[in-house]
Write a protein that binds this ligand. Structure first.
Ligand code: 9MG
Length: 283
């Protein structure tokens, strides 16, 4: 089945993402407190080595983040976030042939990392921080708009929906309209249902099951479920034992038309993507 109702060539700064295929985005947390790999990549050399390994394993995007979005994580200042992320973006851009996505909501980080070679802005707050829409518009880069209610610190305090799929779609439509108002056309937008952000297990499962409804918005979908609690809760697994559940969801997301899979376990996910692509290419 094909879901693309949009041009498949997405310019990302000096590189191009071909959305005719499903891509694996490797996660690089330059944070001391992320939920599954906190503190391992806070030094530039370690981060670059890890990014290089993910690229060698088949990642076509690397998502660099300097602020943990884990529930209850400490809020960092724009300067601290920039000091964590900027040297990593600069080093990856210098050394590797890969699209650098920057996981940020902070206008100064958006502007500076775009200057240093980032190719995509990935904002879990969908550019709702003051100044973020204008900063993103000025970069000319594509943006990933993700659904979340509230802030990471309070998002899991009893989230409620009448119809989670319809409400996520309507939120994303509203953020696309806000982008359009500052000159970020729909051709620059990637959409993300925001699994694990202000959602119970039941919300996450239902949203995943009915993900195809989001194709009506006419933009490529990014899915991030790697090692998340929806796998832990469904399978009763601690964070270190969620690989198989994550691969099952990666396969299902690809079959449902997701174009970017944001993951920690790149090599394993690339095998999933290549296997499904091989079947899809058969007579
Ligand atoms: C930064 N981050 C953590 N989880 C994420 C997800 O599911 N999607 C996107 N776009 N970013 C995420």
């Amino acid at each position: 089945m094909t879901f693309e109702q949009y041009p498949t060539r997405l310019p990302c700064g000096s590189r191009v993402l071909d959305l005719a295929h499903t891509h694996v985005m490797g996660i690089l947390n330059a944070t001391p407190d992320s939920f599954s790999d906190g503190g391992r990549y806070t030094h530039v050399d370690d981060a670059l080595r890890h990014a290089a390994a993910m690229v060698a394993a088949g990642a076509t995007l690397i998502d660099v983040g300097g602020e943990s979005t884990r529930p209850g994580a400490r809020v960092v200042s724009p300067l601290e976030e920039l000091e964590r992320v900027a040297p990593v973006v600069e080093a990856i851009n210098r050394e590797l042939d890969v699209i650098i996505s920057v996981d940020t909501s902070t206008p100064a980080v958006i502007r500076e990392t775009a200057r240093l070679g980032a190719g995509l802005i990935n904002d879990v707050r969908s550019l709702r921080r003051d100044g973020a829409l204008d900063a993103a518009a000025d970069t000319g880069l594509p943006v990933c708009l993700m659904h979340m209610l509230g802030e990471p610190g309070d998002m899991q305090d009893d989230p409620r929906y009448g119809n989670v799929v319809a409400e996520v779609a309507s939120f994303l439509e509203g953020r696309m309209a806000a982008c359009a108002a500052v000159g970020i056309g729909s051709e620059r937008i990637i959409l993300d249902p925001g699994f694990g952000f202000a959602k119970t297990l039941e919300h996450n499962l239902s949203l995943f099951k009915h993900m195809e409804a989001l194709h009506d918005l006419g933009r490529p979908l990014l899915v991030g479920v790697s090692r998340k609690s929806m796998i832990g809760l469904a399978l009763k697994r601690p964070v270190g034992e969620r690989l198989h559940g994550g691969l099952a969801l990666a396969a299902l997301a690809m079959v449902k038309g997701a174009k970017i899979l944001r993951v920690h376990d790149v090599a394993e996910t690339v095998d999933v993507v290549r296997m499904i692509a091989a079947v899809n290419a058969a007579e």
